[in-house]
Each structure stands twice: as structure tokens, then as C-alpha cells.
Design a protein around this ligand. Structure first.
Ligand SMILES: [Fe+2]
Length: 289
């Protein structure tokens, strides 16, 4: 079931009873878990087919199945709780070496057919010199505002801290070009002009090849997080129980290759919650406790 080629796949045909799941909550922690337990289990089963689902201790209380809903007060953030701004294309949890290999987004409700945008790095066209620039470890990526540990929560143009480690945007993985990209949390102002030009070219190319998928209730979008960047178009939230509602699961594939230098990153202290015990960062940390 692993997505191949461009790095994404939409599974459809699951049925969701719009009334039974209850109104879209105003915040992720207002979800009544009993109403959506069936769907959570289905998403976890799908995740286990691909790899090992995991959560983050600092995000949605470490839950394996996250709820993505527009939330009052978060409208303009660069997080899943936003609404009125474009959620810029990004690699999920790009700041962390333990970020997922696959991201599963499950549609619970989307009456307004609000679009999720995806772009594949496998479609971009760059000059060799631009590739060389973007493959160099030049700028860090900082934690996003959905994490409690973010030193500048809510401020997308955060300044790098002392432990910020520069990392490559592009690398060649086992079966082709891969990326690690989150412009909203990348302090590009510290980079040389030639790097910024190459980064802008990559952004333009990703925009040029963007697809929009309006994830309907009962559809699951599987994204290869090393190949695809994802975002969301702006929309006006209603906050009346009918807003767009997604489920999200992070999945790791044990043994999958990433640049060896990532082993030296500390992930800004953000811990993984991994009930399967296969996550290397979890294993290291639990062994040292
Ligand atoms: Fe995301």
C-alpha cells in the first residue's frame, strides 16, 4: 500500500455518518473520543499497514490520532488549527529528525470542499547549481507553533536558538529526490543570497506543480513526507459545528534511509510517543532513562 511514484495516494470508499460523529469541535481537545472511535481505529489499522504510528509528547497530548479543526484565536497561524491564511506547503514536522515517513490525513467532514494542497519534489526542475545549494546544510528549521516547546509559539519568523542546526533542504533517497522544507519556520535571512535564490526557485517550482485535493468525508490521503509537501487553502471558519475536520496520523517506516547527519540532531527536545517501540529516537531516550 506504500505510495509510489509522486508520493501520494487517496483511499476512498469509507463511510462516515455525519450525524453520528457529532459537530466539529472548536478545538482538538474538545473531541468526544467515543463518537469517532471507529474511525480512529480504522486510521490506526491503515497506519499499521504502512509502518508504525507514533505521536509527539508536546502535540495534542501525545495522541496517536490527532484532530485537525479550525480553532478560534489560531486563524492566522501556520498550523493545522489555522483557517483564514494559506497554510504554506511544508514537510510535516520538518524541524525534527524523527518526523514521519508517511502522513495519513482522514476526512471526517468537509462540506465546503476546502482544498488540501500537495506538491511532489519529484516534479520540480532545478539547475544543477541550485540543487547543489539546496543540498548543502545552510539553514535550520525551527519547531512550529503547534508544539508546546516552540520558543516563539505563534511567531512564524522565529529566530534560531543556540541549538539550531543547519540542515539540507534536498537529498537523494533510496528511490529518488527527497526534501525537508518548511519556509514559514526557516530563517532564510541568515542564508547567503545564492541560497535564497535557489530556495525561491524551489518554492516556485513546488507552487507550479501543486495539486489541490478536497478531502471528502471517508477519504484518506496518504503522503510520503520525504517527497510531498502539503498545505491548505485559506477559508472562513464558521465555528458552528460544520467546519472541516480531519484526522491525522504520523507513521514511521523502520529502516528507511535518511541523511546520516540527522542522527546528531536533538529535535529541540521534542519527544516521540511510540507504543510500538521501533522509533530509534524513542529507543535511545527510553534506554537512557
Ligand atoms: Fe502539516
Amino acid at each position: 500500500m506504500e505510495p509510489r511514484g509522486l508520493g501520494f495516494q487517496v483511499l476512498s470508499g469509507f463511510e462516515i455518518d455525519d450525524r453520528a460523529i457529532g459537530p466539529t469541535p472548536a478545538r482538538w481537545n474538545d473531541v468526544d473520543p467515543h463518537r469517532t472511535a471507529e474511525w480512529d481505529v480504522l486510521m490506526l489499522l491503515l497506519a499499521h499497514v504502512v509502518g508504525a504510528p507514533f505521536g509527539w509528547s508536546g502535540q495534542q497530548e501525545g495522541r496517536l490520532v490527532n484532530n485537525i479543526v479550525p480553532s478560534p484565536g489560531h486563524e492566522t497561524e501556520q498550523t493545522g488549527a489555522s483557517s483564514t491564511v494559506l497554510l504554506e506547503p511544508h514537510t510535516e514536522d520538518a524541524f525534527h529528525p524523527g518526523r514521519c515517513h508517511f502522513l495519513l490525513l482522514g476526512g471526517m467532514r468537509n462540506h465546503d470542499r476546502i482544498g488540501t494542497t500537495i506538491s511532489s519534489v519529484r516534479e520540480v526542475e532545478l539547475e544543477p547549481a541550485e540543487f547543489v545549494e539546496l543540498a548543502s546544510a545552510t539553514v535550520p528549521i525551527l519547531p512550529d507553533a503547534s508544539y508546546e516547546t516552540n520558543p516563539a509559539a505563534g511567531v512564524p519568523t522565529a529566530v534560531p536558538g543556540a541549538n539550531a542546526l543547519a540542515l539540507p533542504t534536498l537529498w537523494v533517497g533510496e528511490d529518488g529526490l527527497c526534501l525537508r522544507y518548511d519556509p514559514a519556520y526557516t530563517p532564510l535571512g541568515t542564508a547567503p543570497e545564492r541560497y535564497r535564490r535557489a530556495y525561491a526557485r524551489l518554492s516556485d517550482e513546488l507552487a507550479r506543480h501543486a495539486r489541490t485535493i478536497s478531502l471528502d468525508a471517508g477519504e484518506v490521503l496518504m503522503i510520503d513526507n520525504d517527497v510531498i509537501v502539503h498545505g491548505r487553502v485559506p477559508f472562513t471558519p464558521r465555528y458552528d459545528g460544520t467546519d472541516r475536520w480531519l484526522k491525522r496520523i504520523n507513521v514511521r517506516v523502520p529502516g528507511r534511509h535518511r541523511p546520516p547527519a540527522e542522527d546528531f540532531e536533538d529535535g529541540y527536545g521534542e519527544d516521540v510517543v511510540d507504543p510500538s517501540g521501533v522509533h530509534p529516537i524513542y529507543s535511545v531516550r527510553s534506554a537512557s532513562r
